[in-house]
Design a protein around this ligand. Structure first.
Ligand SMILES: Cc1cc2c(cc1C)N(C[C@H](O)[C@H](O)[C@H](O)COP(=O)(O)OP(=O)(O)OC[C@H]1O[C@@H](n3cnc4c(N)ncnc43)[C@H](O)[C@@H]1O)c1[nH]c(=O)[nH]c(=O)c1N2
Ligand SMILES: CC(=O)C(=O)O
Ligand SMILES: [Mn+2]
Length: 492
C-alpha cells in the first residue's frame, strides 16, 4: 500500500511528463482482448465462483437504467476484498484490458456500459459497514453497501444518511456519480457529504484520499483528492471504501403539496421560501404533464397543475411556524389546494407522485426506458429554462413530463423512449441538447446529478471549454496513463 504523500509525489512527476504531450492527449484505445488465459488468471485472483462469462451475467452488467444501448463486458468479476480489487486492477492494467467498476447499475447516463468490452468489476460482495462513529456523525462503508440498507442499519442509532437518489443505489456508486436527490436543498450532495475515500488505482496502488483514518468535517491539507474522485464515474480508479457524514433523524417531519397556474409563480414561491431562510428539507416541482402521467399510472386523481412538493424537518416545536410561513408565501403567489400531512402513511401517500415519477413516465410508453435530461441553473433562471423546455416538447409533439429539484435549480424531463422508435429518439435527443445549451447559456450545467457518462461528453466541452477538458484529461492521464478505467466515458 502507498501513502497519499507518495501518490501526490508520483502524480506531480506524472504531471511534469504530461505537460509535454497534453495538447495531443487522447484516451488510449483498448490494446488487448480478453482471452481464456486472461480469464483463467482472474479466476486465480478472485476464485472460480467470482468470475462469470455467462451471457446472462454479462447482459446484466452491460447497461444501467438509462435508454443507452447495452455494451457487454467480456467477463464479470465479483470482488470480495480490496486486495483482490488491487490485483485485478493491476492485472488489467498490465494487459491493457478495460476495467469498469459496477455498483448497482441504477445510473442514468450509461456509466457502466462496457463500450470496449473488458472486465466489469462488481462490488456488491464488499457490503460491510466498517465503522460507525455516532458521536462524530460519520460512518465508513464498503462499496457495495446500499443506501436503504445503511439507513435501516442506522435507524436505532438516531442517525441517517439523507442523500437519496430515487433508486436504491450503492454508496460508492453514488460517490462515483456525485449523486443527490430530493434532500440536497437541506443536506447537500455527495460532494458535501464524503469525508474520505479509499481508492484503488489502475496500477494496483491503494490510498486514502484524505489520509488513512481521517474523518474530519474540514481540512485544508493540500489538494482535495476526495472530491476529485466524487463524480469521477469510474474513470480514475475504483472506490473501495467511503467515509460519509451522518445527520440526526429529525424529531418531526411535515409534508405538503400545493398547486400553481404558472411555473413562474411556483418558482417565485420557492425563491421567497429560501430568501426567508426557512430550512426546507425538500422543495420539488412536478409540472402538469407529470401529474397527469402519475394519475394514469397510479389511478389517482391529483389536481393536474404545476405543483410543489415540500417537506419540513426539525424539532416538533417551531416546525408548525415554518409551515405557516410557507403557507403565507404560497397564498401570496396564487398557490392553491395546499394539503399537509405529518403521519408517516399520509406523508407517503401525499408524496407518492414524486416518488413514482420515473416509473409513471415510462408507463406512458410500454417497454420504454427513461431518457432523462438533468439541467441545473441558478434558481432565478429556472422559470425561463422550464418554460422554453415545455415549448420545445410541445412543438416536437413528444411526451415529456418535467420534474425538478427546484430548490437547487435542477430539473429533469423524463422522456419515455422505445429505442426502436428512431423518429422519437431523434426528436428527444435534439430537445435534450437544446435544453442543455439553453441551460449553459444561462450560467448552468448540463448535469446537476446524473453525470456525463456516455450521453453528455460533447456537452462537457461546451460547459468547461477546451482548456477545462484538457486539464481534466491531464488528471485522467496522471491516474490512468493506459486509459483502462471505464474507457469512452466522460471524454469524447
Ligand atoms: C428511478 C431512478 C431515480 C433516480 C436515479 C436512478 C433511477 C433508476 N438516479 C441515478 C442513480 O441512482 C445514480 O446515478 C447512482 O448514484 C448510481 O449508483 P450505482 O451504485 O447504481 O452505480 P452504477 O453501477 O450505475 O455506476 C455508475 C457509475 O459509477 C461508477 N462506479 C460505480 N461504483 C463504483 C466504484 N465503487 N468505484 C468507482 N466507480 C464506480 C460506474 O463505473 C459508473 O460509471 C438519481 N441520481 C441522482 O443523483 N438523483 C436522483 O434523484 C436520482 N433518481
Ligand atoms: C431520476 C431522478 O433524478 C429523479 O427522479 O429526480
Ligand atoms: Mn433527480
Amino acid at each position: 500500500m502507498y501513502s497519499s504523500v507518495n501518490l501526490l509525489r508520483s502524480l506531480t512527476r506524472a504531471h511534469k511528463t504530461i505537460q509535454v504531450v497534453a495538447r495531443n492527449y487522447s484516451v488510449p484505445a483498448k490494446q488487448a482482448s480478453v482471452t481464456s488465459t486472461f480469464v483463467g488468471a482472474l479466476r486465480k485472483i478472485v476464485g472460480d465462483q467470482n468470475v462469470s462469462t455467462s451471457d446472462a451475467v454479462r447482459e446484466q452488467h452491460g447497461h444501467d437504467e438509462s435508454h443507452h444501448a447495452s455494451s457487454l463486458p467480456d467477463v464479470v468479476v465479483f470482488a470480495e476484498s480490496v486486495e483482490q480489487v488491487s490485483q485485478v486492477a493491476k492485472f488489467c492494467n498490465d494487459n491493457r484490458v478495460p476495467l469498469i467498476p459496477f455498483g448497482s447499475g441504477t445510473g442514468l447516463e450509461g456509466g457502466v456500459n462496457a463500450l470496449e468490452g473488458g472486465v466489469a468489476l462488481n462490488m456488491n460482495k464488499m457490503n460491510k459497514i466498517v465503522e460507525l462513529n455516532s458521536q462524530d456523525f460519520d460512518c465508513t462503508v464498503q462499496p457495495g453497501v446500499m443506501r436503504i440498507a445503511l439507513n435501516t442499519f442506522l435507524r436505532d442509532t438516531g442517525l441517517w444518511f439523507p442523500i437519496d437518489p430515487g433508486a436504491d443505489a450503492s454508496i460508492c456508486g453514488m460517490c462515483a456519480t456525485s449523486a443527490s436527490g430530493t434532500n440536497a436543498v437541506r443536506y447537500g450532495t455527495m460532494r458535501e457529504n464524503v469525508l474520505n475515500l479509499q481508492v484503488v488505482l489502475p496500477d494496483g496502488r491503494v490510498f486514502d484520499t484524505a489520509g488513512k483514518g481521517r474523518r474530519t468535517k474540514k481540512t485544508s491539507a493540500g489538494y482535495n483528492l476526495t472530491n476529485l474522485f466524487v463524480g469521477s464515474e469510474g474513470t480514475l480508479g475504483i472506490i473501495t471504501q467511503a467515509t460519509i457524514r451522518l445527520y440526526g433523524i429529525p424529531e418531526k417531519t411535515i409534508a405538503a403539496v400545493c398547486h400553481f397556474n404558472s411555473v413562474q409563480d411556483a418558482v417565485d414561491t420557492v425563491v421567497q421560501i429560501l430568501q426567508c431562510g426557512i430550512p426546507m428539507a425538500k422543495l420539488e416541482f412536478l409540472d402538469d404533464t407529470a401529474i397527469n402521467a402519475f394519475n394514469k399510472y397510479s389511478k389517482y386523481n391529483m389536481t393536474v397543475a404545476n405543483s410543489l412538493f415540500l417537506e419540513f424537518h426539525g424539532p416538533a416545536q417551531g416546525l408548525e411556524d415554518q409551515f405557516d410561513a410557507v403557507k403565507e408565501l404560497v397564498e401570496a403567489n396564487n398557490g392553491f389546494g395546499l394539503q399537509v400531512a405529518s403521519d408517516v402513511d399520509e406523508r407517503t401517500r401525499l408524496w407518492k407522485a414524486r416518488h413514482e415519477m420515473v416509473y409513471a413516465c415510462t408507463a406512458l410508453v410500454p417497454g420504454s426506458r427513461p431518457y432523462s435530461t438533468d439541467v441545473c441553473v441558478p434558481i432565478s433562471n429556472l422559470p425561463e429554462v422550464i418554460i422554453k423546455t415545455k415549448e420545445m416538447i410541445s412543438e416536437a409533439g413528444v411526451q415529456g413530463p418535467i420534474v425538478g429539484h427546484v430548490g437547487d435549480g435542477n430539473f429533469h424531463v423524463f422522456f419515455p423512449i422505445d429505442r426502436e422508435d428512431k423518429e422519437t429518439l431523434n426528436k428527444v435527443t435534439d430537445i435534450s441538447k437544446r435544453m442543455a445549451l439553453l441551460g449553459l447559456s444561462l450560467n448552468g450545467t448540463c448535469t446537476g446529478e446524473h453525470g456525463i457518462g456516455l450521453g453528455k461528453r460533447e456537452l462537457l466541452i461546451k460547459e468547461l471549454g477546451e482548456h477545462g477538458v484538457e486539464v481534466m484529461k491531464q488528471v485522467k492521464q496522471a491516474f490512468d496513463p493506459n486509459g483502462i478505467m471505464n474507457p469512452g466515458k466522460v471524454f469524447v
